[in-house]
Design a protein around this ligand. Structure first.
Ligand code: SF4
Length: 437
């Protein structure tokens, strides 16, 4: 195992960070990464021996909120020092060089560390009109992002704007703003949405890479599962009030003072995924709901459009499935009925066509093959058998068919004639004859 005095730990010890603090930091990172505490020594060893990782931090259409989160980690924290000892070779906001010298810092890092530096992108990337809505050194930001990310070990998109366009893309903004995935499809991309991101998640992502030499597992949008795999509502400290129907109804009311659930004030916690309630902000001191405001769902795709107005209450969830709203179920049912209708209609059309084809084939066969008439039928049907105008033999003899013989007078017409034993004078309607109805 690597000695803890090597590499990064030596730098931290020089900065006055105690060994004890470092081990506490390692345990905290294991917790953020949702790993068992037994991983802490492994994390400590890996991080302690890690060489400085070159970083190029790009900023496009944004408010610098993620840079502020990065810089405002409370001093002194080990997490901040870990980020300090990264070699942040290029950061438009905080670097000393300017102009051509700044560009040179970026290109030099790329040349000296091919596929070995970390690209961090903050802000949306405009694509409309050739990308002219955001340029750096006269070049579209879009082209710089492609260039830097293509040669990077991995890319981390920080904040909601770099995630999917964020504010500049809201309401179909005019600049054609997209997230990093919109201009660098594929590749090794981690996204850390939030407005701003929780810097603990950035630290944990880097620590994961240093420890396991691979990026953390993510969902389909590149969000690490350790940070975005759980519903906020399920981790919230006010959840018990939700279950008991104890809600804040107006700002400052009794419920607000008692820390009741903010669902009726528009909290989006039931539909947002993030670890805000457990990791919190400001060294774990607080987060939005703890501070008394509902979650705004800023980690979710297109949240400026999909999660607003911020104070509009979400549709009520189903009692048996608290994470599924009645609207969602209704939409699913309507979709299911529509799909069944389409299937039924298609099947009817196919069946009708098949029937028509079968009918046509039958008709064609009937026309092509002469029908062989059975001999007995032919005899009966032969006009020669019955002379024209001649009555059938039975009729000619005047004998009435047994079935139409009228019962004898006095016989029961109710159908009991046979059973009563009343005999027909002709003997045709006796008990053994057919019942007359
Ligand atoms: Fe917490 Fe909001 Fe869920 Fe209420 S609705 S329990 S405040 S996340």
């Amino acid at each position: 195992m690597t000695r803890l005095d090597d590499g990064l730990l030596a730098a931290l010890l020089e900065r006055g960070v105690s060994r004890r603090s470092f081990l506490k930091f390692s345990a905290a990172m294991a917790s953020v990464l949702a790993l068992p505490a037994s991983y802490a020594p492994r994390i400590a060893a890996a991080v302690a021996a890690a060489p400085r990782l070159p970083v190029i931090w790009l900023r496009g259409q944004d408010c610098a909120g993620n840079t502020a989160a990065f810089l405002r980690a409370t001093r002194p924290t080990v997490a901040e020092l870990v980020l300090d000892v990264l070699s942040v070779d290029y950061h438009q906001t905080i670097m000393a060089p300017a102009g051509a010298a700044a560009d040179l810092s970026r290109t030099t890092t790329m040349e000296q560390h091919p596929n070995a530096y970390l690209a961090i992108v903050e802000g949306a990337i405009p694509t409309a009109d050739g990308g002219v809505h955001c340029t750096i050194g006269g070049r579209p930001f879009r082209d710089i992002v492609r260039e830097v990310c293509d040669g990077a070990l991995a890319t981390i998109a920080v904040g909601s704007c770099a995630f999917d366009g964020g504010t500049p893309a809201a309401g179909g903004g005019p600049t054609g703003a997209v997230g990093v995935r919109g201009v660098v499809p594929g590749g090794r991309l981690i996204t850390l949405p939030g407005c701003p991101l929780n810097v603990e998640n950035l630290t944990a992502t880097i620590v994961h890479y240093l420890t396991f030499k691979e990026l953390p597992p993510t969902d389909g949008r590149g969000r690490p599962l350790f940070a975005y795999g759980g519903l906020i509502h399920n981790q919230c400290e006010r959840r018990a009030h939700y279950e008991f129907g104890e809600y804040v109804l107006t700002w400052g009311d009794e419920g607000a003072q008692k820390g009741w659930c903010l669902y009726k004030m528009g909290c989006k916690g039931p539909e947002a995924f993030a670890n805000c309630p457990t990791v919190r902000f400001g060294e774990g001191t607080s987060w939005t709901v703890k501070a008394g405001h509902g979650c705004v769902g800023c980690t979710m795709p297109g949240f400026w459009d999909a999660m607003t107005p911020a104070y509009r209450r979400l549709p009520p969830p189903l009692p048996i499935m608290p994470t599924v709203s009645v609207d969602t179920v209704g939409q699913a049912l309507v979709g299911g009925v529509a799909a069944l209708t389409v299937v039924h209609g298609s099947a009817s059309v196919v069946r009708s066509r098949l029937n028509r084809v079968t009918e046509r084939r039958r008709a064609a066969r009937a026309a092509a093959e002469p029908v062989a008439m059975p001999a007995a039928v032919a005899e009966v049907a032969a006009p020669a058998a019955v002379a024209e105008g001649a009555a059938p033999a039975a009729v000619a003899e005047g004998a009435a068919p047994a079935a139409v013989v009228e019962p004898a007078e006095g016989a029961d017409r109710s159908g009991a004639a046979g059973s009563s034993g009343a005999a027909d004078s002709s003997g045709a309607a006796g008990s053994s004859g057919p019942e007359v109805s």
